[in-house]
Design a protein around this ligand. Structure first.
Ligand code: 3PG
Ligand code: MG
Length: 377
């Protein structure tokens, strides 16, 4: 993959694809600016080389132009962080001159998500060279991430470079033991990741509602727990393939419903009674998982252990997050939910690498080629 070392940017007009698809609250205030912060090293380096920047990003999944999906909040935030004016250009055909200009949401343009060549040509016409620093969008073959990369001299920015090197590093040459902690709601979302780690990891710790298809495959009662039916067969296969390394919870915390005020019950074991749903791993499981993490040299974590956004069901995720935070091992966290959990518990600065990519980090770990990366290779 070509990097900034391979690209002459001195004094040039540089088109930079960033991923400023940041979470916003109802008032349009950014609730987590990690993705904007993540692009700063590249943007500052380019500016030190006297480049003028034309930034582009998507936000959300708008159907055509929709002010709710404007990049105005991101442009304002970036302007504060860079200490310079960031001009937002809402018309691709009359983009003003400026040191830092940001195009409006690329998904307002017809053809963006279809990787349209004609649209890519309009982007390319705005600059001399192209830099892609949007790791979070690297799994998308869109006009601003893929087609345009072939039309200008192009290279990866520092964030994209670091994300790819870090994630590939833990797959290709991890210090062992390598422990993968995989949680979240759906096992079918994570099956590729589980397969990748069945081949590579020394231990795989499973949590979140995705453990219920595993329990069902083992013949346990899951009660009213979220249990993805299509997940039962693949979960059974993972269990058979990973007998020596796949760990499942041994106790649970259950609630009547998905609500912070619901009655709760500690379950010693993993059979969930009718009328109850498992919403967190139990304390014995959390302690076991923390012990295994303590002995690791490399930890990859993706997906929460339970409904951590509800206080009665946050403890399992907190204990695992703490173990990941305090260990001296190399720690890599992928995916928006795990990153949000780290932040909620105050551990965000205590891991080595928090990926800015959700889907992109999973696809990279699964070994799928990322179109945004391939286009720079
Ligand atoms: C993300 O947040 O996953 C990336 O920004 C990609 O967004 P998308 O899933 O809408 O393509
Ligand atoms: Mg996504």
């Amino acid at each position: 993959m070509r990097t900034l070392e391979d690209l002459d940017v001195e004094g040039k007009r540089v088109l930079v694809r960033v991923d400023f698809n940041v979470p916003l609250d109802e008032d349009g205030t950014i609730t987590d600016d990690a993705r904007i912060q993540g692009a700063l090293p590249t943007l500052k380096e380019l500016r030190e080389k006297d480049a003028r920047l034309v930034l582009m990003s998507h936000l959300g999944r708008p159907k055509g132009t929709d002010p709710k999906f404007s990049l105005t909040p991101a442009a304002q935030r970036l302007s504060e962080l860079l200490g310079t004016e960031v001009t937002l250009a809402d018309d691709l055909d009359s983009v003003p001159d400026g040191d830092v200009v940001m195009l409006e949401n690329v998904r307002f343009n017809d053809g963006e998500t279809k990787n349209d060549e004609e649209l890519a040509k309009r982007y390319a016409a705005l600059a001399d060279v192209y830099v892609n620093d949007a790791f979070g969008s690297a799994h998308r073959a869109h006009a601003s991430t893929e087609a345009v990369a072939h039309l200008l001299p192009s290279a990866a920015g520092r964030l994209l470079e670091r994300e790819v090197a870090t994630l590939r590093g833990i797959l290709d040459e991890p210090k062992r033991p390598l422990v993968a902690v995989v949680g979240g709601a759906k096992v079918t979302d994570k099956i590729g990741v589980l397969d990748a780690f069945l081949d590579r990891a020394d231990e795989i710790l499973i949590g979140g509602a995705m453990c219920f298809p595993f329990f069902k495959a083992q013949g346990h009662e899951v009660g009213d727990s979220l249990c993805e039916e299509e997940g039962v067969e693949p979960a059974g296969r993972v269990l058979r393939a990973g007998v020596d390394k796949v760990h499942l919870p041994v106790d649970l915390v259950a609630g009547r419903e998905f609500d912070a005020d619901t009655p709760t019950q500690a379950i010693d074991g993993v059979d969930v009674p009718e009328g109850w749903m498992g919403l967190d791993i139990g304390p014995s499981t959390a302690e076991r998982y923390a012990d295994i993490i303590k002995d690791a040299e490399t930890v990859f974590w993706n997906g929460p252990m339970g409904a951590f956004e509800l206080p009665p069901f946050a403890e399992g995720t907190r204990v695992v997050a703490e173990a990941v935070a305090v260990t001296a091992a190399t720690t890599v966290v992928g995916g928006g939910d795990s990153a949000a959990a780290l932040k909620q518990f105050g551990y965000a600065d205590m891991v080595d690498h928090v990926s800015t990519g959700g889907g992109a980090s999973l696809e990279l770990v699964e070994g799928k080629p990322l179109p945004g990366v391939e286009a720079l290779s």
